[in-house]
Design a binder for this molecule. Structure first.
Ligand SMILES: Cc1ncc(COP(=O)(O)O)c(C=O)c1O
Length: 363
């Protein structure tokens, strides 16, 4: 870690890799001899066109995205896509939603606005979203236009470690908080999307990876800027895209390709960090992880002491110690350590040391 930087456990926007920030700083005032920063250049310029094309190419390389999938960078975040999905993909107006937390619930709510029949095909709400449902608990409609899931539940700290069997029905997945954390088989999905502000870039866009043959069912009500087919034709530039965020995304992808060595290596690094924290949580009864073991998230680790006042004390003491953003989401309370790609192993080690000391002093 560079001097004066702290371990930031924010759920998003969150830490960016330091080599990326250093490179952005170096390139800030005069990008590749253009005499200006990327923030200042026309999105229609040759220089910028190369940046957005390289960003897409890098993403295709890193995620091994086949040619019959379109890659888009759209504004409105993942929340915008909750609406854009039914507006682009609904053929008959019937879709299945599996609700495993706040964001999948949000997607379902938006689906209900735009679909004739948005079905709830599974939910773990009655168990406070502490786990992912099993296949046999799902009631999937074989004629649905798509099945929607949220693959990593940022607030509750759970993750799908398998994908639901949907037959010929395309799977649409929100990967906002786990994209680029490990390899995924893109061909298992009809569409992958996510807000960029965790593992990809600063806030400003949602990435959409969508199978070509699913386009062409657009509703007449679909806003032009969220029209997937047109955006694909226009290289995500119907209007001015969030140019700087896309540039940083390109640098993050360079970092994954050249410094980390791809997503297999990224996964190993992330598994090691998460295992350290979960292993420690298993050795103590002072902190409790409410999440079922088979549903644990590798990116967002939630825990609590069981005493709200003590949780508050923990969060205050963690700030004094030089950490930030360990407070759990207001919907669940307790604590949450978001340990995305850019969080170094040393950050997790330092957190565990602090947790041990806090336990000793407050037991
Ligand atoms: C899994 C997931 N989906 C959706 C969102 C909403 O994303 P955005 O703020 O880009 O709309 C978030 C934000 O934290 C998230 O974690």
């Amino acid at each position: 870690m560079l001097e004066n930087r702290i371990y930031n456990f924010s759920a998003g926007p969150s830490m960016l890799p330091e080599p990326v920030l250093v490179r952005a700083q170096k390139e800030l005032l005069n990008y590749e001899g253009s005499g200006m920063s990327v923030m200042e250049m026309s999105h229609r310029s040759k220089v910028y066109d190369k940046i957005i094309c390289d960003c897409q190419e890098n993403l295709r390389k890193v995620m091994n995205i086949p040619d019959h999938y379109k890659v888009l960078f759209l504004q409105g975040g993942a929340t915008g896509m909750f609406a854009a999905i039914p507006l682009n993909l609904a053929k008959t107006g019937t879709a299945d939603y599996i609700v495993t937390g706040n964001f999948s619930g949000g997607a379902y709510k938006e689906g209900k606005k735009y679909l004739k029949d948005a079905r709830l095909a599974g939910s773990t709400e009655s168990e406070n979203f502490t786990r992912i449902p099993k296949q046999e608990e799902l009631t999937l409609n074989p004629d649905a236009d798509y099945v929607h899931i949220c693959e990593n539940n940022t607030i509750f700290g759970t993750k799908w470690h398998w994908l639901p069997e949907t037959g010929n029905v395309p799977l649409v997945a929100d990967l906002s908080s786990c994209i680029l954390s490990e390899p995924v088989d893109v061909t298992k999905y009809g569409m992958i999307y996510g807000g960029a502000q965790k593992n990809m870039a600063p806030a400003g866009f949602a990435v959409v990876i969508v199978r070509e043959d699913l386009l062409g069912n657009k509703s007449g009500l679909c806003p032009k800027i969220w029209d997937f087919a047109t955006q694909a034709d226009k290289n995500s530039m119907i209007n001015t895209p969030p140019t700087y965020a896309i540039y940083i995304c390109k640098l993050v992808l360079d970092w994954i390709l050249n410094d980390v060595g791809g997503l297999e290596n990224m996964k190993k690094r992330n598994e090691e960090k998460a295992a350290m924290l979960y292993d420690y949580l298993e050795t103590t009864d002072f902190y409790k992880s409410g999440v079922q073991k088979d549903s644990r998230s590798m990116m967002n680790v939630t825990f609590r002491t069981g005493d709200d006042e003590l949780d508050k004390k923990f969060v205050a003491a963690s700030v004094e110690r030089g950490f930030t953003n360990l407070k759990g989401h207001r919907l669940v309370g307790g604590m949450r350590a978001s340990i995305y790609n850019a969080m170094p192993k040393e950050g997790v080690e330092a957190l565990i040391d602090f947790m041990k000391e806090f336990e000793k002093a407050n037991r």
